[in-house]
Design a protein around this ligand. Structure first.
Ligand SMILES: N[C@@H](CCC[C@H](N)C(=O)O)C(=O)O
Length: 273
């Protein structure tokens, strides 16, 4: 089986081209591929499948129906094999892969996701911009993280986030353990971010991702903290620094756009899974 490997601000993915939807991709297979010692290694898997092929085996939710008109679908899986609705770094890498492998012309095109269709623009300089839709702020939430109780803003970016402002450098926050949250508040689990404003218009952030643990970046998390840091009804542009690099978020009445790098680093063949 062919694969590629790519990353966006060091949030890294195993890319599986499967245009006709022939792969059996169970959770154990995904976890084996993402294993950093016995597998290829990655924070998640991006299956590149034609939307028509995906729709033969999976029904989209009402809110994701806009994805039905897209040509290509990003079938995203976390490192533990669980499904996620959306991945902001993954979709940039996915779009770069489509263009570099000749499946799609560069420029602006839609990619299907479980959160709906997302317009992406692949730029010649290596940057990719994604229209992420509206980041919905849903009120306050709480988490127990590394022995501390934190509160933050619950934000939906298609997938669930809890964006927690902290008053000290994010490097000092212990993200080594699974965050403990109230399942009543987060029935589908949650991605937890800690963030701090380090200069006017600039945030620093770290993240513990649902299904993958701490990662070096999370595109939807970057949008979530940008939304949480912006007063209701206002627009803003934020540079967001993460351990793996930096992205920019543009927020206005239309929604959020995420701009950042996307790199394909290798291609090869999988012998065993
Ligand atoms: N790394 C991604 C988010 C991937 C999905 C997330 N772990 C979830 O389960 O919702 C990103 O860049 O947004």
């Amino acid at each position: 089986m062919r694969f590629a490997k790519g990353h966006g601000t060091e949030n890294d993915f195993v890319i599986l081209p499967d245009p006709d939807g022939l792969l059996e991709l169970g959770p154990a297979t995904v976890a084996a591929l993402c294993d950093r010692r016995a597998g290829i290694g990655g924070d998640g898997v991006l299956r590149v499948v034609r939307t028509t092929a995906l729709l033969k085996t999976e029904a989209l939710t009402e809110s994701a129906r806009s994805a039905e008109r897209t040509e290509w679908f990003m079938d995203y899986r976390n490192a533990d094999g669980s499904l996620a609705e959306m991945c902001g770094n993954g979709i940039r890498v996915f779009a770069r892969y489509l263009v570099e492998s000749g499946l799609q012309d560069a420029g602006t095109f839609d990619v299907g996701t479980r959160a709906g269709a997302r317009p992406v623009t692949v730029e010649a300089d290596g940057q990719v911009t994604v229209d992420m839709g509206v980041a919905q702020k849903l009120g306050t939430g709480r988490v127990r993280l590394g022995g501390a109780d934190l509160s933050g803003e619950r934000v939906s970016v298609g997938n669930p986030h809890l964006a927690c402002p902290v008053g000290t450098p994010v490097a000092g926050v212990d993200l080594s353990e699974q965050p403990a949250v109230d399942p009543g508040q987060f029935p589908d689990g949650v991605n937890v971010e800690v963030f701090r404003e380090v200069a006017p218009g600039t945030l620093e952030m770290r993240v513990h991702e649902r299904g993958s643990g701490e990662t070096r970046s999370c595109g939807t998390g970057i949008v979530a903290v940008a939304a949480a840091a912006t007063p209701a009804g206002e627009g803003a542009t934020w540079r967001v620094r993460v351990p793996g690099g930096e992205c920019t978020v543009f927020l206005d009445a239309e929604g959020a756009r995420l701009r950042g790098p996307a790199v394909i680093v290798a291609e090869g063949e999988i012998r065993t899974m």
